[in-house]
Design a protein around this ligand. Structure first.
Ligand code: CTP
Ligand code: MG
Length: 236
């Protein structure tokens, strides 16, 4: 069995505001996408990766993938490069078109979660094979959550405190049986915020496994600083 991965790296990074597509912004000197690939180097088993990038970044992506995989890119790791779309969902769709039918399980991963560990990737893929259903990493919500009402003046009033007990903040990689993910993308008629929502909307089962703090998404300049501090805490 071969595990397929769609790594979406085709976003513009508006909220980060670094003046270039986010996945190519360096985190302590190494582009985010390259760091994201590091966690796929040396995994046991056979893998097929579709790296989805913005137009004009194909060469840079090819170079950083070569750096990341080096000699490992062999019979056990097949790489594809494809161009993304207008939305994350459109980019995932492009990635799915690149992956061969040999993949029985497919993971979808944000390049912006460039610190997600190899262990998390393996846990997600393993749980999909064990359950034959969708699996997503999830963490308890730690903040107190309020439901608000926006007043005509634009101010907000608190309506209620929402119980956070049943709430989870979800991450990537999200893993699915390939047939279910492909079918769900064929059926998807609207924009969803994650792949689990697309697969659930199609009637397939999706369950959670424990996520990890390191799999946080770099969205804002503050997230980038947090990632750099994290990397530097491991520097010799
Ligand atoms: N993504 C993508 N194609 C898009 C939009 C997003 O491949 N059209 C990818 C991003 O590259 C990122 C992941 O989806 O790895 C999560 O998206 P997000 O964090 O929203 O990244 P951006 O869309 O680039 O950032 P922003 O929303 O701030 O512009
Ligand atoms: Mg976005």
């Amino acid at each position: 069995p071969r595990t397929g991965v769609v790594i979406v790296a085709a976003g513009s990074g508006t909220r980060l505001g670094a003046g270039q597509p986010k996945a190519f912004v360096p985190v302590a000197g190494v582009p985010m996408l390259e760091r994201a690939l590091w966690s796929f180097v040396g995994l046991p088993g056979e893998w097929e990766l579709a790296i989805v990038v913005p137009e004009g970044f194909e060469d840079e992506a090819r170079q950083l993938a070569e750096r990341a995989f080096g000699e490992y890119e062999s019979s056990r790791m097949t790489l594809h490069l494809c161009l993304g779309g207008e939305s994350r969902q459109a980019s995932v769709r492009e990635g799915l078109r690149c992956l061969s039918e040999q993949c029985d399980v497919i993971l979808v991963h944000d390049a912006a979660r460039c610190m997600a560990s190899s262990a998390l990737i393996e846990r997600v893929a393993g749980a999909v094979r064990a359950t034959h259903a969708g699996v997503i990493p999830a963490l308890p919500v730690v903040d107190t959550i309020k439901r608000v009402r926006t007043n005509p003046s634009g101010s907000e009033s608190i309506e209620e405190t929402v119980s956070r007990t049943p709430l989870r903040a979800v991450q990537t990689p999200q893993g699915f049986p390939a047939a279910a993910l492909r079918r769900a993308y064929e059926m998807a008629a609207e924009e969803y915020t994650d792949d689990a929502a697309i697969v659930s909307a199609c009637g397939y089962q999706v369950s959670t496994i424990p996520g990890e703090g390191d799999a946080f998404k770099i969205t804002t300049p503050a997230d980038l600083r947090r990632a750099e501090q994290h990397v530097e805490s491991f520097a010799p």
